[in-house]
Design a protein. Sequence first.
Length: 84
Amino acid sequence: MVEEEDCVAIFHSIHRVMQAEKILLEQQLKVLLIPVPRLLSADCGMAIRFAHGQLESVQTGLQSAGMESAEIWLKRQGRYVRLQ
């Protein structure tokens, strides 16, 4: 379940989700592998959830490893707002 003010990063494949999770955990960021929320769509069905306060750290961590998410969404007031 995605809590208010949490972000969801979606990737194009399960392989990329798993790779991103490993990269972010190695950087000691608090992330959680979750099913993609029903309101959002994704090819692989899995996503990474993290606190909005970690957005910059997550983006920087992924970019430093040469990787980016396909989409990043923020849950606010029960709705999802696309950030990237």
